[in-house]
Design a protein around this ligand. Structure first.
Ligand code: BGP
Length: 468
């Protein structure tokens, strides 16, 4: 069986992780430009000042994507390039850059799939309260409108936010992303709600303005499964799914928050402001019928946290490997010796992706889905100058097999974007953790080189995945 003709084979990136040119052509400073320069926050002090210089090399990169045969390129717009201060004056050079990038994609028959927010917030807004402040929420609506008006004639697929729960949790609980706060639970839940509300408003604005195209949101997806058959582990997995999946899928797909979560938050004094008007807006924008983007890397195998162990707070502990106490202290993720893991301790389980998608279908019906990220972070072996990333090929092939199975079972999966199209800056793991089909030589002027996986994916796309 081949994948349907309309299925998009793509690959992804994000502005801060690829562009560089951090202070060029009128771009404002982002929160990551500042945060990455605080000692100890990133791996070996790496930052995105230059990244892989996609800003200057986008033509070369898109030509490579075209050679690979990509149907679609998912990239994000850097908000401070468009609005250097978050709101106020538009930077024409920022608009020009994304016009060029989009036109270059279209010239090569590559569909641009655009994320509005992949974590680089204008520092001016961060400084003034970030996502806790009404100014930021308003400014995002304005920024989104500006992008729809400038690029909406050519962009037909929009993602409002990338992985809300990740940037908010890392920012307000783990101290590992800006604004670098630790255990600020009250703001954590309030900010989650602020972002979901802003998403809903932007969706309604988009629809009411009559733009053509689809608009969705991308969530990380880490379904939880009990690590053993103890009743306490089952309960822990249910709790994890409530707080780590349904808490952020429900407001988008149902327009409400899970009662289980709201009750817990009230008991702990972490309940957030949810006005009647906000509730109406969430309900109006839900269910989000266009699509939901899913970033899938790994599931969680969990047991109850019976000890008094608290979560360790460090950059390393925030990089997602199994074997940590949950952020709320209720459960622990565990490494199961019989399962396989990446070098960074992320479980490799294509089966859990499909099981998880069925779980979503049970909860929300057969919603249109794009897998907006999936891939293997590795240190690729270089043998005689060739990049032999066999492990990545196996990883993606196995996941695509289960995606195909899902399609054949009737799940509405409309596309698959590998993370990442090119080696790029990992937020907390620098350039050491590679994900791309295209290698970037940091010792030789950031020259690009095709990996084995490049040729493999080229063949998958050309044959519409028939041999997978
Ligand atoms: C997702 C982010 C991506 C990317 C990816 C891999 O959470 O949306 O931007 O970073 O994870 O993560 P890492 O680089 O930590 O391995």
């Amino acid at each position: 069986m081949k994948f349907p003709e309309s299925f998009l084979f793509g690959a992804a990136s994000a502005s801060y992780q690829v562009e560089g040119a951090w202070d060029e052509d009128g771009k404002g400073v982002s929160n990551w430009d500042v945060f990455s320069k605080i000692e100890g926050k990133t791996y070996q002090g790496t930052n995105g000042d230059v990244a892989v210089d996609h800003y200057h090399r986008y033509k070369e990169d898109i030509a490579l994507m075209a050679e690979m045969g990509l149907d679609s390129y998912r990239f994000s717009i850097s908000w401070p390039r468009i609005y250097p201060n978050g709101d106020g004056e538009v930077n024409p050079k920022g608009i020009e850059f994304y016009n060029n990038l989009i036109d270059e994609c279209i010239k090569h028959d590559i569909i641009p799939f655009v994320t509005l927010y992949h974590w680089d917030l204008p520092q001016e807004l961060e400084k003034n309260g970030g996502w806790t402040s009404q100014r930021t929420l308003k400014a995002f609506e304005q920024y989104a409108d500006t992008c729809f008006a400038a690029f909406g004639d050519r962009v037909k697929h929009w993602i409002t936010f990338n992985e809300t729960v990740v940037f908010v949790r890392h920012g307000y609980i783990f101290g590992a992303h800006p604004p670098g706060l630790i255990n600020d639970f009250k703001n954590y839940y309030q900010v989650l709600h602020n972002v979901f509300l802003t998403h809903a408003k932007v969706v309604l604005n988009f629809k009411n303005s009559g733009y053509k195209g689809d608009i969705g949101i991308t969530h990380v997806f880490s379904p939880a499964f009990p690590a053993d058959d103890k009743q306490s582990s089952k309960k822990a997995a249910d709790h994890a799914n409530m707080f780590d999946t349904f808490l952020y899928y429900d407001p988008i797909l149902k327009g409400t928050y899970p009662e289980y979560v709201l009750t817990h938050l009230k008991q702990k004094g972490y309940d957030f402001e949810l006005s009647h008007e906000d509730q109406e807006i969430l309900l109006k924008a839900a269910p989000l019928n266009d699509f939901i983007g899913i970033n899938y890397y790994q599931p969680m195998r969990v047991i109850a946290n019976d000890s008094s162990a608290a979560r360790e707070l460090s950059r390393e502990a925030s990089t997602g490997g199994a074997g940590a106490v949950s952020y709320d202290g209720v459960y622990q993720t565990v490494k199961v010796p019989t399962l396989s893991y990446t070098k960074w301790g992320w479980e490799i389980s294509p089966e859990a992706l499909l099981d998880g998608l069925h779980l979503l279908k049970e909860q929300y019906g057969n919603i249109p889905i794009y897998i907006t990220e999936n891939g293997l972070g590795d240190e690729d072996p270089i043998i005689d100058g060739e990049i032999k990333d066999t492990a990545r090929i196996e990883y993606i092939e196995e996941h695509l097999k289960f995606v195909k199975k899902g399609v054949s079972e009737g799940l509405d999966i409309q596309g698959y974007f590998a993370w990442s199209v090119i080696d790029l800056l990992s937020w907390l793991n620098g350039y050491k953790k590679q994900y791309g089909f295209i290698y970037v030589d940091h010792a030789d002027h950031l020259n690009r080189k095709k990996k084995d996986s490049f040729y493999w994916y080229q063949n998958v796309i050309a044959t519409r995945g028939e041999n997978i």
